[in-house]
Design a protein around this ligand. Structure first.
Ligand code: AHR
Length: 636
């Protein structure tokens, strides 16, 4: 290094020297926080989750079902994702039989016609799951299928988990006594001392000639909180770490469907799975509705989140709408029924249905959202559609807060849902967006937002954009009652994604949080109930901060965002405060805004926690480049 400088020209040396100084610091900013003066309140529900079926968020994602196309509805052929097995000299063929099925909702089935098979040459079908079937050592998998056979005794059915490459059988069970009428059969498969892997498949075979009909083939690993028909543990744990206060569901576009016929008809998503037909999602794949309305509420229960229930409001994505008035009535009634299903006691019609479905205890709801992004409805029908829903819902449920998805002419909605998908630079400029918003208008729900940089998951540059934006959300949380990043989940397997830049990535076996995910974890996990009066001087151009105080716990949470390539020194002044000498610093940092996490490198960028020593009412603090920090101080 010394040789290189001494051989350079004096000008080069000077430039190098200036650059080095600049890289060290952009000059001290002075941040003054008056911990004894409150500027505004912070909403207790500020941070939450927004979710919908997109990027295989549920099927092939959070919903733990391992069998893909278990109801033979994924495409026109029905047999997609299923492969015929003919071991040895076995002979068989498979096809969809539209004349028989286990229920009204599933009126068809897969027929396996076996003309030749034996104990050492079985025939049947295999399923490779959603980009693999993930298996862990010494683990119990619970399987089931609906089946019937013809008069020839084709059974028993052998269910096996098989490793793709070696063909080794990793677990196996025999299901005997298949009858000639439709019935559900259950089995369990237990793995031994195997390596965790997703390169496996499920095989169902028989050893005699004859016909076997199958539908609703299912296999579950252990689930979060051991819920039957439940969710994937690793993803639920990642969501729990975000400290979410609410869950907005079921969409998003998923609520609306492409066409009117495709709306999220919740009544078809409840009850036994065999009574759920599934439906086409607007994100171009079939939704099984295995994760249906009740499962959304149970998901809320598991993570202690407020349900923010979005009801279909008569507009679908390709521009069709239902006319307000009598045509809209069935949809309004459906929303009233849906609210009763969620909140009604077991002696109401729909509350009783919920009890029958396995959840006698009513759920609590504060917010109901009417539609999604209805500003897309160029017909202008939303004003009247919203008013019709509003009148009917408020009459029966006066305490509910009703969220509009676009401004309403002639009335102030309780809450307005606003969406922002921007680049990082836009969020840097827009971090003050709500600073001047009229406080006499509706409360705001930032129901979808994200810095869209990085794919399939956001990079560090995006996390900086997000963090800058979140400082504005916190500062303005007197009117912003809730905010949720979107989309939340993405299966990163080939062709599984429909929307670039999603918070949490996974395949069948592994999952990881993006830098933006960790920014959310840091912000939502360290927030008080009010913002104290504060001011900043001499900050660099892309430096942002937010400060909140937890009055009861006497904690001060200071978030700092340095989105430049230069370090930033901040003098933090707390006039009149007597902070404890020990504090905590949590830091998320990268050398390059392009840096990111992946399945292979899931923890390249994660928050690092350290102690802050010698804290007084005046701190001289240096922030590295491209860094997001939380300082947690005890005010005593
Ligand atoms: O989050 C992805 C999509 O963006 C949502 O479905 C929709 O509401 C918005 O346009």
């Amino acid at each position: 290094m010394r040789t290189r400088i001494s051989t350079a020209s004096p000008v080069t040396v000077l430039l190098f020297f200036c650059a080095a100084i600049q890289a060290q610091s952009a000059g001290p900013a002075v941040l003054t926080i008056h911990t004894d003066q409150t500027a505004s309140k912070v909403s207790p529900t500020l941070y939450g989750l927004m979710t919908e079926e997109i990027n295989h968020s549920y099927d092939g994602g959070l919903y733990a079902e391992l069998i893909r196309n278990g109801t033979f509805r994924a495409d026109w052929s029905g047999v997609n994702d299923w492969i015929l097995v003919e071991d040895g000299n076995a002979e068989a063929k498979i096809g969809i039989d539209k004349t028989t099925g286990p229920s009204e909702a599933l009126p068809y089935s897969m027929r396996i016609e076996v003309s030749q098979a034996g104990a050492t040459s079985p025939a049947g079908v295999l399923n490779g799951g959603y980009w693999g079937i993930p298996l862990h050592p010494n683990t119990i998998y619970k399987g089931s299928f609906y089946a019937k056979e013809d008069s020839a005794d084709v059974g028993p059915v052998t269910a096996s988990l098989v490793a793709n490459q070696s063909g080794k059988v990793l677990a196996s069970a025999v299901v005997a006594g298949i009858g000639t009428d439709w019935k559900q059969y259950k089995f369990t498969l237990k793995t031994g001392a195997i390596e965790p892997s997703l390169e496996n498949h499920l095989v169902l075979t028989v050893a005699h000639p004859g016909s076997l009909w199958l539908n609703l083939v299912s296999l579950f690993p252990p689930t979060y909180h051991d819920r039957v028909n439940g969710n994937r543990i690793d993803l639920m744990e990642k969501l729990a770490a975000m400290h979410p206060q609410f869950l907005r569901f079921p969409g998003g576009n998923y609520l609306e469907g492409d066409r009117l016929a495709d709306w999220y008809n919740w009544k078809k998503t409840i009850g036994p799975r065999v009574d759920r037909p599934g439906h086409p999602s607007p994100w171009n794949y079939w939704s099984t509705d295995g994760l249906g309305l009740l499962e959304f509420f149970e998901w809320c229960e598991d993570l202690h989140m407020e349900p923010v229930l979005a009801v279909y409001a008569g507009y679908s994505l390709r521009g069709e709408h239902v006319n307000p008035g009598p045509d809209l009535e069935p949809y309004v009634q459906s929303a009233l029924d849906e609210i009763e299903y969620a909140t009604g006691s077991a002696d109401t019609k729909w509350g009783a249905q919920r009890a029958t479905d396995g959840h006698p205890k009513p759920f609590h709801i504060t917010y109901v959202e009417i539609g999604n992004e209805d500003w897309f409805d160029r017909s202008g029908s939303y004003d009247a559609r919203y008013a019709q829903f509003y009148k009917a819902i408020k009459e029966k449920y006066p305490d509910l807060q009703l969220i509009a998805t676009a401004p309403i002419k002639g009335m102030t909605p309780d809450v307005l849902d606003e969406h922002y998908y921007l680049r990082a630079t836009d969020f840097f400029h827009d971090a003050t967006h709500y600073d001047k918003t009229d406080r006499s208008g509706p409360k705001i729900f930032v129901g979808e937002w994200a810095t869209r940089e990085g794919t399939p998951t956001p990079n560090m540059g995006a996390a900086l954009g997000d963090a800058a934006w979140m400082t504005g959300l916190e500062r303005n949380s007197d009117i912003i009652v809730m905010a949720s990043y979107a989309p939340l989940l993405v299966n990163v397997s080939p062709n599984a994604m429909q929307w670039d830049t999603d918070l949490i990535g996974y395949d069948a076996l592994r999952s990881y949080g993006s830098p933006s995910y960790y920014a959310q974890v840091m912000f939502a996990g360290h927030i008080g109930d009010e913002t104290p009066v504060s001011s900043i001087e001499n900050a660099g151009p892309r430096f942002f901060y937010s400060v909140t105080e937890d009055a009861a716990r006497k904690k001060l949470y200071l978030k700092l965002v340095n989105a430049t390539s230069d370090a930033q020194v901040v003098d933090i002044k707390l006039p009149g405060a007597k902070p404890a000498p020990e504090g905590k610093l949590i830091s998320l940092s990268a050398h390059d805004p392009e840096a990111t996490n992946t399945l292979e490198q899931p923890t390249a960028i994660v928050p690092a926690e350290s102690a802050l020593h010698g804290v007084t009412d005046s701190l001289h603090h240096r922030m590295p480049a491209y860094t997001i920090e939380v300082l947690e101080l005890d005010l005593r």
